[in-house]
Design a protein around this ligand. Structure first.
Ligand code: AMP
Length: 423
């Protein structure tokens, strides 16, 4: 019986992996441009880290984690997101003792037991940045600008940045009470999840995606009139900086992160072309997170973006001529099987010179080898035959220019290089 991949996973075959590589290279370059360095953290962590660092009232922790007991009876979880691990590593390695801010980025697979559909998987990939150690609103604007500019750089149009503030533990409780007053009369009409959220976390009712809950919260009181002075000033500075950067945004009072350690700025980038799963990235400030995970009080802000959705949007809009480098620059063909050993040796010389090269391994005829080279988009073909061996030279065919020349063996590498450089 054939075994298929688990539900919600997907394979990235070589046809596609070059596109992934291209996007990942762009993400890394962009992060480094803004002063962020890469961290590589474990794929699994102690379950408790996510209960604390993501929040045990969140959907992720309540319904979506891949949690298992290892042979030593520890409860471990495949990481559903990257921020909690970054917070853990920041604390564990006492990075807070170094000069701040700490600016990290990560890229890699995440795991959530979600209902799979277009743009939603159980194993998916995120790129994220985290800036620990500064409360400066200009860091908020910088982090948001990275998210927006990545999407722009990949040639994706119509992205919509939604922006909000969720205040801080000083000003939020008052608003929470006011919101609860507003929502309580509608309690019976809310979805089951929101009825639970009402007690634990009423702000998260605002974020519910069900049509009826959205209808109920339509005229909800907004946090803006409850913000303390410092939160108000912070938000003004973030907005002003974004405007100066010419980063457009839409104010969205329903964009919330309900947990106590989330503070102030919250944002999400939507690409409406993506349909139901339009959110390509989102993040916010979490000035209480490091403390929640057992570290010293340290502010922080970050975002995560989904690479599958980024790719989907890039493909849908097809506005970008992807610069994917060919797998094969040179193909070494033989007129007869007896020159195979010479072909292997020449191939080795070409590869040692740093040029991508390959040959036939299926005893194809010369004609079939030329066809195979064409199919693989080889720029050059070197042909080895009886005359070539006798004269210690090769036929070098330029597949693009459709021209060929005889080249002495001693000059072949230089000639190949000079053609590749000019192409
Ligand atoms: P979140 O950590 O939930 O804010 O997610 C950040 C981004 O990761 C989202 O905007 C999506 O682009 C992506 N994402 C989250 N969950 C999934 C999933 N199950 N499948 C694919 N992408 C996802």
């Amino acid at each position: 019986m054939e075994i298929s991949g688990p539900r919600g996973t997907h394979d990235i075959l070589p046809d596609e992996s070059s596109l992934w590589y291209y996007i990942e290279t762009n993400l890394r370059q962009m992060a480094e441009l803004y002063g962020y360095s890469e961290v590589r953290l474990p794929i699994f962590e102690h379950t408790e880290l996510f209960e604390r660092g993501v929040g045990d009232s969140t959907d992720i922790v309540q319904k979506e984690m891949y949690t298992f007991e290892d042979r030593g009876k520890r409860s471990l979880t495949l990481r559903p997101e990257g921020t909690a691990s970054c917070a853990r590593a920041f604390i564990e390695h006492k990075v807070y003792n170094q000069a701040q801010p700490t600016k990290w980025y990560y890229i890699g697979p995440m795991f959530r037991y979600d209902r799979p559909q277009a743009g939603r998987y159980r194993q998916f990939h995120q790129f994220g940045v985290e800036a620990f150690g500064s409360q400066d609103p200009n860091v908020d604007a910088e982090v948001i600008a990275i998210l927006v500019r990545i999407v722009e750089k990949l040639g994706i149009k119509n992205a919509e940045l939604h922006l909000n503030t969720v205040g801080c533990p000083d000003c939020r409780p008052l608003y929470r009470e006011r919101l609860l007053q507003y929502l309580t009369p509608f309690a019976g009409e809310l979805c089951n999840d929101c009825q639970q959220r009402l007690n634990k976390n009423p702000l998260r009712v605002l974020d519910c995606k069900t049509t009826h809950c959205r209808e109920v919260v339509k005229d909800h009181p907004t946090l803006h009139s409850y913000l303390c002075e410092r939160c108000g000033q912070h938000f003004e500075q973030v907005k002003s900086m974004l405007s100066s950067y010419k980063v457009d945004f839409v104010l969205d009072s329903q964009l919330v992160r309900g947990l106590d350690y989330y503070t102030r700025t919250a944002f999400e980038l939507l690409i409406p072309d993506l349909g139901a799963q339009a959110a390509v990235g989102g993040g916010g400030r979490y000035d209480g997170l490091i403390e929640e995970c057992g570290g010293p009080p340290t502010p922080g802000i970050g975002f995560a973006m989904g690479l599958e959705r980024l790719l989907l949007a890039a493909r849908k809009q097809a506005s970008q001529a992807w610069k994917i480098s060919p797998v094969m620059e040179v193909f070494v063909a033989v007129a007869d099987k007896e020159y195979d050993r010479d072909a292997c040796l020449l191939l080795d010389r070409i590869r040692q010179a740093g040029i991508k090269a390959d040959k036939d391994y299926l005893d194809r005829s010369l004609k079939a080898q030329m066809k195979y080279a064409g199919k693989n988009e080889a720029r050059l073909v070197v042909v080895i035959g009886e005359d070539e061996i006798k004269n210690d030279c090769y036929i070098l065919r330029d597949m693009k220019a459709k021209e060929q020349q005889d080249v002495p063996s001693s000059q072949i590498i230089d000639r190949i290089k000079s053609i590749l450089v000019t192409s």
